[in-house]
Write a protein that binds this ligand. Structure first.
Ligand SMILES: NC(=O)c1ccc[n+]([C@@H]2O[C@H](COP(=O)([O-])OP(=O)(O)OC[C@H]3O[C@@H](n4cnc5c(N)ncnc54)[C@H](O)[C@@H]3O)[C@@H](O)[C@H]2O)c1
Length: 325
């Protein structure tokens, strides 16, 4: 199906990701059906969407007068049939459980038109495995948004073993049309690419703390004031080229063997979770999270993400070496 033919989107799941993806499509002018199991989940999703629209307005990215028409493009339902019946493109963001995703896609496969493309927002489940439950395996693809989906530009587009190139191309172009920066992977891999890189950094961060080299506060400060500053402009390979590959070759030579290479979960992470310290949502993780400190950090991060979005919308051209081949 050509991207131009896509008019109606169904967002399955109205949680953190589902409501955010629904907003991305509605802001780009698409009609969206937002589905969840209960009215309460839908209401909570719509509240998140309204709060996000308010933030877009505060940061001058939309006018107040745009809000009613954006909200007007989002219809809500607790009927999967209703959500599916006229969908050209489904974006699923329900719980990260293979059997549940398979069950929902099997139901959708029965009620959606033949042309409907199925996309999952799974964080890392195999698209080939999820698609085992459906007949239209060629029309099944991962579109992995990052949280918060309305502020982070990346969407990883990941084919399963049976996904057609046409489906990948259409999903990729659709993500471009809603203003995202999609990247297509050559093949599926556990955790795709973004989560592999994130986990590699986190594994070394835990290793450093467990080895008594530095505290979590210092690891965060070192990252924030160095790598973090650079990484939004130059990825690891661009950074290595700018630094000089001979230098990085030398560093690998003496440092490679000393890096953490555990394949099991870091024991500090295991112990902290066992103690019920799950992070911000329980008030404590690796740090204590009093409500005021948490609200301030969330606001600070949101403001910076909005600054990047503002820059993205005014940036005319990417450097020529960044244009996709
Ligand atoms: N939160 C993140 O940072 C993040 C980032 C990228 C991808 N994801 C993925 O997106 C998906 C959703 O994550 P989330 O954080 O929005 O979760 P969430 O718990 O906030 O929302 C999930 C929603 O799905 C609904 N749902 C609808 N139909 C369902 C069904 N049949 N069974 C169970 N639940 C059903 C739930 O009621 C709930 O509202 C997951 O696959 C997750 O791995 C999450």
């Amino acid at each position: 199906m050509a991207v131009e033919a896509i008019k109606n989107i169904s967002a399955i799941g109205a949680g953190a990701m589902g409501s955010g993806t629904a907003l991305c499509f509605a802001m780009a002018g698409y009609n969206v059906h937002l589905y969840d199991l209960t009215d309460a989940s839908i209401e909570s999703g719509i509240e998140k969407i309204k709060a996000a629209l308010d933030a877009f307005h505060q940061h001058n990215l939309i006018q107040k007068s745009d809000v009613p028409s954006i909200l007007g493009r989002i219809k809500t339902t607790t009927s999967l049939e209703e959500a599916a019946s006229n969908a050209d493109f489904i974006i699923e963001s329900i719980v990260e459980v293979l059997a549940v995703k398979q069950k929902v896609f099997a139901s959708l496969d029965k009620v959606c038109p033949q042309h409907t493309i199925f996309a999952t927002n799974t964080s890392g489940l195999s698209p080939t495995k999820i698609a085992e439950a459906i007949a239209r395996k060629d029309k099944f693809v991962v579109t992995h948004f990052w949280n918060p989906p309305h502020l982070i530009p990346l969407v990883e587009v990941v084919p399963g073993e049976h996904t057609s190139q046409e489906t990948v191309d259409t999903a990729y172009q659709l993500m471009q049309k809603i203003g995202k920066k999609p990247v297509s992977l050559k093949r599926e891999s556990l955790g795709f690419v973004g989560n592999r890189l994130q986990l590699a950094l986190l594994r070394e961060a835990f290793h450093i703390v467990e080895e008594g080299i530095a505290s979590p506060e210092d690891v965060d400060a070192i990252t924030r004031y160095s790598l973090g500053r650079r990484l939004s402009e130059t990825g690891p390979f661009e950074s290595a080229d700018l630094g000089g590959l001979d230098i990085f070759k030398n560093i690998f030579g003496y440092l490679g063997a000393d890096l953490g290479n555990a394949t099991s979960t870091p024991s500090l992470l295991e112990k902290t979770v066992e103690a019920g310290k799950l992070g911000a949502k329980t008030g404590e993780g690796l740090y204590p999270w009093p409500a005021e400190k948490l609200a301030a950090l969330r606001k600070q991060r949101e403001d910076v993400l909005f600054e990047h979005l503002q820059k993205d919308t005014t940036q005319k051209q990417e450097p020529s070496h960044k244009k996709s081949a």
